[in-house]
Design a protein around this ligand. Structure first.
Ligand SMILES: Nc1ncnc2c1ncn2[C@@H]1O[C@H](COP(=O)(O)OP(=O)(O)O)[C@@H](O)[C@H]1O
Ligand SMILES: [Mg+2]
Length: 278
């Protein structure tokens, strides 16, 4: 199993959207996927047709004497979800305390896995770059979602120089980037993407075009692969899922089925999509 943690330095960049759809793409490759929402906005569930009036979630029961496995909702044969739920201030503060205690949250998250081919994919959302986070410290891979805009370019020197958990994850080959909302229609925006890819390669796991199909899929509460399977974003997200599959190969009876020759892989790190751009 592997614990993959999606996070972003600011809101609105597409962290939740990519978490939901990457999960579906990984299921299509053959993984068991458990999607977990750690964001009080409780928005991950909106991507799936869960009853809107169902308040159930992690926040109600995270400290109860119950296995977290019992809190998940099955979405399909290969995908389960653990929504965040609706929280009171007191519950939120208790959950924040738990997140600060080393090893505790990641241990619980790992119990959600029932097979060697399970990927627990967490929507952790906004994270202050310089902070220490036990979840980042423990995740097998942290995926930092950046929007392909000038604001993210301005953040890059901070990303590269800040101390804290992300820096350590980077040094240990546990950091990757997802660049989202790429728009190649203007020269400036193309230059921004090229700069980001050049600077962040070889840690770029995926680059996803700006594509209205993603917003339409959310409005319909279904995955992009049902809404617009041949869209640019669907192709990009599938490609990112295949890159992840190279790092966490499917195993059946001890045989790696997704392992490929090492071309494009960095030692101990994620595959670069840079060379294949655009
Ligand atoms: N690649 C994309 N193309 C077009 N719209 C996108 C894309 N990614 C995300 N969005 C839209 O951006 C908005 C914010 O996305 P969301 O995933 O909620 O961001 P976050 O979790 O980072 O706050 C949503 O309306 C979503 O549909
Ligand atoms: Mg979000």
């Amino acid at each position: 199993m592997a614990l993959i943690n999606l996070l972003s330095p600011k809101g609105g960049v597409g962290c939740t959207t990519l978490c939901a759809n990457l999960g579906m793409a990984l299921e299509h490759l053959g993984y068991q996927v458990v999607l977990v929402d750690l964001d009080p906005q409780n928005a991950l569930r909106l991507h799936f047709q869960l009853p809107l009036n169902d308040p159930q979630g992690l926040i109600d029961r995270f400290d109860a004497d119950v296995e977290w496995r019992q809190l998940v909702t099955r979405l399909s044969d290969g995908v389960d979800i653990l929504p965040f739920g609706n929280a009171s201030d007191a519950r939120l503060s208790g959950f924040a305390d738990m997140q600060r205690r080393p090893g505790e949250l990641s241990h619980r998250l790992r119990t959600l896995s029932q097979t060697p081919n399970t990927l627990v994919v967490v929507d952790a959302n906004v994270f202050p770059l310089c902070e220490v986070s036990p979840l980042i410290d423990d995740a097998d891979l942290n995926l930092l979602v950046l929007m392909a805009d000038a604001g993210s370019v301005a953040l890059m020197p901070r990303l590269e120089s800040q101390p804290g958990s992300l820096r350590q994850a980077s040094e240990q080959g546990r950091l990757g980037y997802l660049i989202n909302q790429i728009d190649t229609r203007s020269r400036l925006k193309r230059e921004i993407v090229e700069l980001m890819l050049k600077r962040l390669a070889p840690l770029v796991v995926g680059a996803v075009h700006r594509d209205e199909s993603l917003a339409e899929a959310l409005a319909e509460q279904r995955s992009l692969f049902e809404q617009a399977p041949f869209s640019a974003a669907a192709r990009d997200i599938e490609k990112a899922a295949r890159t992840l599959a190279q790092q966490f190969p499917l195993r059946f009876a001890g045989i790696d089925t997704t392992a490929r020759p090492a071309a494009g892989l960095t030692p101990g790190g994620v595959a670069s999509t840079h060379a294949k751009w655009p």
